[in-house]
Design a protein around this ligand. Structure first.
Ligand SMILES: [Zn+2]
Length: 474
């Protein structure tokens, strides 16, 4: 039997478990950092499968590490499992019907993400055992990808430091190895304190915190022309000081996201934004505090490791969807806008894939995209970034939904509990387990992957979160 056949057979043994996790966690649909039922379910599952489980790691009650074996090589599989607000939706149903109006739903497919990663960890464990090979398998239960960014605290606690290989995936509409980086993101709030006064009677006695926010924002808007064009600075008024025009507002809060291709670039802009806040406080006679909420590293692709994943993916192949799957996918596509459907082709072209790699009328992706090392950041951020600065990391996307499915949508919630997601999660488990099996048999490749990590990161990960800032589990 080839390695691919051995791994496939091992994952198939766990197919029922993967589907059970997928559907159970889908049903829990818990908010980021509050995945209590989900984490308990996973922890019991891994104990039953013979793993050691350390729960509540890195000061987060829903973060855990399940491990098996000892010594190097150490392979980690990252699992996410949080849901999104307002995206509750009936399973496999192409008409928008929430299970509970306004409730959370798995609109980013993280139920499948964790299920596939768990299947990979189990199969890879069996592979080591079968071949009497030394090594450690870890499944990382990573809470709050959407809210709270658990991995940044797990990285800060050093939990990924000794990994030789770190693997994960994300459910999507295409089969491909993810080669683009993502944007670093600093989330920070500026809170201004002034003095309230009658705005007509005693305005000279008042000091307006709202004015400070507005002046700060003017400053930041002027700053935008003088930062690298790839950077993004977004803002929201979290507290505009009240609704009464005749009161000088003594308290106001403005929230910024500062994104850039590299954390060092985001940090440089952050320093300038802090200077602007100080200037705004001086101009208005107010005081201010800076509340750093989150700082997420950019994703650092590891070309050495992702090429192995590409080879594994091509061997395993895309999910084998049947006619019923195509029928279901067609129903979902009927709910998408032209812009959603067109985004498949425009995305291919933008990222340097052959334009005809996916036809405009294809319903489900049934092949694996060729390897294209994309040399820029996708316009979003993920806390996989921090893990990718600690250990050589590779990730892929596996088709679990119709082509053209919009991100963070009720259509994703629906398809994440359907045969599409189950089949995709099983394929993801196979791709990751085979990548691990192929990688650990080549010590020189592991060395090369590590050398690439050192070269691209400077060799030392320093969390952008100061040690006194604790995870936001509220
Ligand atoms: Zn996601």
């Amino acid at each position: 039997m080839s390695k691919k056949e051995i791994i496939s057979a091992l994952v198939d043994k766990y197919q029922d478990d993967v589907v059970c996790i997928n559907d159970t966690v889908w049903g829990y649909a818990e908010a980021g950092m509050k995945e209590y039922k989900t984490a308990k379910f996973y922890e019991e599952f891994f104990v039953e499968k013979g793993f050691r489980v350390e729960s509540g790691v890195a000061d987060m009650p829903t973060a855990f590490v399940a491990s098996w074996g000892e010594g190097h090589p150490i392979v980690g599989f990252l699992g996410e499992f949080d849901a999104l607000p307002t995206l509750s939706q009936e399973a496999a149903c192409a008409v928008k019907i929430p299970v509970v109006e306004g409730a959370y739903g798995h609109g980013c497919g993280h139920n499948s993400l964790g299920a596939g990663a768990a299947g990979a960890a189990l199969a890879f464990r069996d592979y080591l055992e079968q071949n009497r090979m030394q090594g450690t398998v870890r499944f990382y239960g990573c809470p709050g990808e959407e809210y709270g960014s658990g991995k940044i605290y797990m990285a800060r606690a050093g939990l990924y430091d000794d990994l030789d290989v770190c693997l994960t995936w994300h459910p999507g509409s295409e089969n491909k190895v993810t080669t683009s980086s993502s944007l670093a993101n600093i989330s920070v709030m500026f809170e201004f304190h002034g003095v309230s006064a009658h705005a007509a009677g005693n305005p000279h006695l008042g000091r307006s915190a709202l004015d400070a926010c507005e002046l700060m924002n003017v400053g930041v808007n002027y700053l935008r022309e003088h930062i690298i064009p790839e950077a993004r600075v977004h803002y929201a008024y979290k507290n505009a000081g009240g609704i009464a025009p005749n009161v000088v507002h003594d308290h106001a809060v403005i929230h910024y996201f500062i994104r850039a291709p590299k954390m060092s670039q985001a940090q440089e802009i952050y320093e300038r934004v802090k200077d602007i806040a100080e200037g705004a406080a001086k101009m208005t006679g107010t005081t201010h505090e800076v509340h750093l909420k989150e700082a997420i590293y950019d994703y650092n692709p590891n070309r050495t490791l992702e090429k192995v994943m590409q080879e594994a993916f091509e061997e395993i192949g895309a999910p084998a969807f049947d006619e019923a799957d195509f029928e279901l996918a067609r129903k979902f596509r009927a709910t998408y806008t032209k812009g959603d459907l067109d985004s498949v082709q425009s995305g291919l072209v933008r990222n340097g894939y052959p334009a005809d790699a996916i036809g405009p009328d294809e319903v489900l992706h049934t092949r694996v995209l060729p390897y294209v090392p994309i040399d820029r950041a996708m316009p979003g951020s993920t806390d996989v970034g921090d893990a990718s600065y600690c250990a050589p990391t590779a990730q892929c996307s596996v088709a679990t939904e119709a082509l053209g499915t919009p991100g963070h949508s009720w259509q994703i919630t629906a398809q994440s509990c359907s045969p599409l997601a189950s089949k995709g999660a099983v394929v993801a488990a196979k791709v990751m387990a085979l990548t691990a099996a192929m990688a650990i048999e080549q010590p020189e490749l592991l060395e090369k992957a590590k050398a690439e990590l050192v070269r691209t990161t400077g060799g030392k990960y320093v969390s952008a979160m100061p040690p006194e800032i604790m995870p936001n589990i509220e």
